[in-house]
Design a protein around this ligand. Sequence first.
Ligand SMILES: Cc1cc2nc3c(=O)[nH]c(=O)nc-3n(C[C@H](O)[C@H](O)[C@H](O)COP(=O)(O)OP(=O)(O)OC[C@H]3O[C@@H](n4cnc5c(N)ncnc54)[C@H](O)[C@@H]3O)c2cc1C
Ligand code: SF4
Ligand code: SF4
Length: 1015
Amino acid sequence: MEPEQKRIEEDLRGIVAGEVLCDDASRALYASDASLFEVRPLAIVRPRSAEDVAATVAWAAGRGIAVHPRGAGSSVCGGALGPGLVIDCSRFMRRILATGDDTIRVQCGVVASQIEQHLGRLGRTFGPDPSNPGVTTIGGMIGRNSSGSRFLRHGAVRDRIVALEAVLADGSIVELGPTAVGPPRSAIGGPGAGIAPLPAAARHEPLAAGVAAIVTAARDTITRFQPAARAAHGGYRLDDVLATATAGSDPFVDLARLCCGAEGTLAIVTEATLRTVPADGAVAVALVLFDSLARAAEAAVRLRPLGPSACDIFDRRHLALARGTKPAFDLLIPPVAEAGLLVEFTSDAPRACNSRLDEAMKMMQQGRHPCLDIRRAEDAVDAAFFWELSRNVVSTLHGVRAMVRPVPFIEDIVVPPAALPDFLGRLQGVLNRRQFTAMLFGHAAHGQLHVRPYADPRAAGERDRLETLAGDVYAEVVAVGGTIGGEQGLGLSRTPFFGRLFPELAAVQAEVKRLFDPAGILNPGRVVAASDPVTSAAPFRPALPAVPAPEAGGPAPADSAPAALPALLPLLVWPGAGLNAELDACNGCAGCRATSAATRMCPRYRHAPAEEASPRAKANLLAAAVAGRLDGSQLSAESLRAIADTCFNCHQCRSGCPAGVDIPALVMELKGANFAANSGPLHTWLLSRVDALSALGGAVRPLANRAIASPQFRWLLEKTVGIARGRKLPEFSGGQFLRWAQRRGITRPSRRSGPRVLYFLDTYARRHDPLLAQAFVSVLERNGIGVFVDPRQVAAGMPLVSEGDLDAARRVARRNMRVLAEAVRLGYRIVSTEPAAVTCITHDYPRLLDDDEAARVAAATCDAATFLWELHREGRLRLDLRPVPTRILYHAPCHARSGGVAVPAEHLLRLIPGVVLSADDHGCSGMAGTFGLSRDHYRASLRVGLDLISAMRGGGIEAGATECSACRIQMEQGTTKPVVHPVKLLAKSYGLLAGPGPRGLDEILTATSGTLTTS
Ligand SMILES: Cc1cc2nc3c(=O)[nH]c(=O)nc-3n(C[C@H](O)[C@H](O)[C@H](O)COP(=O)(O)OP(=O)(O)OC[C@H]3O[C@@H](n4cnc5c(N)ncnc54)[C@H](O)[C@@H]3O)c2cc1C
Ligand code: SF4
Ligand code: SF4
């Protein structure tokens, strides 16, 4: 840490109760957001209270250091970036404080979906709906005056603001709201002004008077340049902040509304009181397709009088991208469609909104230019799917692993809705003239457009080209009466343009800024241009230096000195466009910070929502290492390890990230580099050898089983190997299964004709639950599948990968690859009863081994449930199943979900007569392989898995079912109920597991060894 950082850390830690981060790794995490910019902050403060924010601002003000309030960091225009102190309100200030009949009081770090969920239970809603509600914080939404597709129905955030608690530029905490304008009592103290002229609670009064004076003096300018048609966006909204409640009463200035949309430049919001309204009772949605964008825009104008709650417009490229992301969109949207409108009506009663949608549809089908087609949502599932066009498609843009891609720079413009068709023609003209193509999406009914030109922002000269294009496009916006910086703000991208387009208005806004923040420390460079070069022309994130391809079959030597570590990267195989393309694919959209139960995103982040725990942090950290901003000593440091260790390799983010960034592989790089320099404490090393430990336990089975039940031995085990003594452990069974398999003759290649499977054994089935392995073999044979259990195979090695011991993992992978590749060449499918083993073979081996066979083996590998479900879909699974009357809670493990197909095991269980299945999602189990075994993470693991454990305890559930052995351990942790692999239930239903009791689950299902009837 540099001396300056050290000093800042010491100073700030003495005055704030929250966290202060000054290390290079943390600064790298906060240097970017969802925009093109990259600016490394001096330090980060994560306040716990308004007092922390106030102390930070006062400290910074005294030293002339800028502060940048930040929520989720999902701004696409660099709203929360800067070279000063970033104040991250999203970590601790996340509480809903009070709920009234029609208001709610929240802290600034509360996420929008959290508010909506809370209000939904009361039949109410907040309303403004940015397309990323699971991520965006209310502080960021206020900072931005966010809105969304339903602007016509709910308006923007400022339409729902009642009052704000905020910290002013001198560090005083005030409650802002409508403030009567009297004669100024005194000017506000400047930064570091020492003795305050007014009590803190009254500091806002002179501000209100000052705003009234500025607005009164500039009334003509404001009326001329900020008409209502400009939809209240683009800088401070001054046209309606000075008002009178009733004729003849004293005027007041609504300071809360003024601060809404100010991008943190006038005050830092710490709490907000928001107005709530009754939730909509019914919704009707349709997707209307057109043969041209102009016709879609004209149709949107015609629809407006019917009062849709939303009317989003998509161009041809957006529709094509959607078709490419999901086959269901491919079926829904014909390639001839050049544009689409997503139209929604809401009402209290379904009949009313359906009839309004009918009317709208009729209108679309009539006239000189009828639409091409209409797809109407039949139910809520359909409607949610249609809404993905607005919600998710834009984030998938960066999934394209190419340098030229649609970029957020022009992005956010507002034109009067009636001018939309005309403006689209003008836009096309500019794009043609400047030789750009662009993608367009917008909220047509209120004229809000997001235009993303295709560009390579890191190429030399591209920024100039983009700025020229933006200048030309904005000129057309102004020509049709529009403005810039609609729902996403001016930020670093548009503030310089705003000053040029509206110099008179910008001058008035600068006066307001000076009134609130004379020294310019509150988020400078946003709304009002800054004088310092870093914020007035903030740099784009630079291109990453080319990384060398790894040596064939492996990485650079692991014994290199720590100082040379960045040169070690990459440690893995990155086919195609390479590691840099993967890092570039992360657009910082913050989608991986989603924490709602509805989104199964990162479980670690969900339970400890700090930026470093987010998947995005891992991409940012590795990018910083590749770019050389973290030197070798930092890569090997404990602090980096701590960040990498917030990932427990569950792979949820891999399927959840809209851009498909392979975060688990990026974490492998980080952990691998760290491990190469510093192999960590003995107990983590031992835990990564859990497969060997299980083999050892099996060799001395009676002794080992007695030992794991002894408190003294468990204490010793915790101290030496690091396995938490409170964790229930499965008994050892030794090598029973392989002996059984040998006797059965399946340890030699199968002589059967027809489909054949090589059963890839994991440690659990092999060492702890041989009955599961026997059940699976029997189920396969029952269905005519030839089974081969190659005794040369070894455990997949996932714990080694999770630890970062890539050399050891690679040795295991090579050994297994010889066995598996041979089997695949002979026509075997590779199937495992353990989803984590499948993930290791399909995801990790191709990254570890520079070997074409690895990809072929991966393509031929799947988990048992997927394989059996495929058989069923092909009509080849026998259905002579007997009832197994029992009430089961099924848990889909993360690794099974990340494979893409989440539910085959659930489907299989539904085939079994008598099984009453509860398959609600209770999130991640929190085990993640050895993570939940470890004494260091035992409690965190239980916290993550609490929902699932509680569900298991619920009445009406007799047993649990899951494919993952680690999840099974967790599900059994808090209950006495058994948890089984779905394959065992299937075997039982086939009558392959002999045992007493037709009712309920008998001991055969819970047993780990037992008798098996043969098919
Ligand atoms: C995929 C995607 C979709 C999006 N869709 C929409 C959309 O539909 N509608 C929309 O309006 N925007 C949208 N945005 C833009 C952005 O997410 C929103 O503007 C959002 O409200 C920002 O919230 P945040 O918590 O990420 O704030 P940040 O990005 O962290 O900050 C945003 C601004 O608010 C300021 N700020 C943050 N906290 C405070 C505070 N406590 N007090 C004062 N100022 C503060 C920051 O300084 C910054 O200027 C989208 C972005 C992405 C990446
Ligand atoms: S990892 Fe994916 S979801 Fe997360 S910020 Fe990057 S692109 Fe967005
Ligand atoms: S693999 Fe799991 S724990 Fe790791 S970043 Fe992704 S979602 Fe989070």
